[in-house]
Write a protein that binds this ligand. Structure first.
Ligand SMILES: C[S@@+](CC[C@H](N)C(=O)[O-])C[C@H]1O[C@@H](n2cnc3c(N)ncnc32)[C@H](O)[C@@H]1O
Length: 231
């Protein structure tokens, strides 16, 4: 299925030279854009469900699309609560494509991530795992600020802690993600080729079927890093 996806092409072949400057700027000045009411409403719904479940370890599937990965992560981790967040109401509503009944520990939410990350942080709710699976690569050289690690909310996302993992079919994205984590003080950042036996997202399925090599970056975010970002 979908075996005709083209690999990412870009005139950018290595990490963007401006990334360190951009991260330093974002660290120095917190992202202050007001939170949109619909994101606060989505967050309140999440918080109520997570608290009713007894506040189990929390996994965030950030940019979950149709939520297939949310489904799989929840099925694999019955003792955790998995929240899949995507800004596209259309994609979120397609959870009808889930291969089985909704796991009781999964919730899909339409929300914008920069707001959702900050609301989690403001409420003091930490993550146990944080997935950013196949984000839009924004491969044009001028689009650095649109990649997640170039976004002003990225430090707030990292300050949620846990094990963070980003997957992509564009190695430059994953390399930049790793550089950004290291600049924020994260150590033991692993970047590696990735060949999943069982793909868990539609993009992962499509890229594997098209023969694309895949990469991932993952790291454990420790308390000293969180404290450093929040200073
Ligand atoms: C390339 S798709 C990947 C979807 C899914 N993770 C997968 O692997 O199949 C990227 C997703 O990120 C979502 N997204 C992009 N920017 C977002 C934002 N600011 N807040 C929430 N979701 C966002 C898009 O709506 C889209 O569904």
């Amino acid at each position: 299925m979908h075996a005709n996806s083209r690999p990412v092409t870009s005139s950018q072949t290595e990490a963007h030279a401006h990334l360190p400057h951009l991260i330093a700027r974002h660290l120095a000045s917190p992202y202050l854009k007001p939170v949109m009411p619909y994101n606060r409403a989505a967050f309140d719904l999440f918080a109520q469900q997570w608290r009713s479940a007894g506040e189990p370890p929390l996994i965030l599937d950030a940019g979950c699309g149709v939520g297939l990965s949310t489904y799989h992560l929840a099925a694999q981790s019955p003792d955790s609560f998995v929240v899949g967040v995507d800004q596209s109401a259309d994609r979120i509503d397609r959870k009808t494509q889930w291969p089985g009944p909704p796991p009781p520990n999964a919730l899909l939410l339409r929300a914008e991530l920069a707001d959702f990350w900050r609301l989690l942080g403001d409420a003091g709710i930490p993550l146990s795992r944080h997935y950013l699976l196949y984000p839009n690569p924004w491969p044009k050289i001028g689009h650095l600020g649109r990649r997640w690690h170039g976004h002003p909310a990225f430090p707030a996302a990292v300050a949620l802690g846990g094990v963070i993992e980003c997957r992509s079919n564009w190695p430059v994205y994953v390399e930049e993600f790793a550089l950004a984590l290291r600049q924020l003080g994260v150590t033991d950042v692993i970047v590696e080729p990735f060949a999943p036996v069982t793909p868990i997202t539609p993009f992962e399925i499509k890229y594997l079927a098209s023969g694309h090599p895949l990469w991932r970056c993952h790291a454990q975010i420790r308390a000293n890093v969180i404290a450093g970002i929040k200073q």
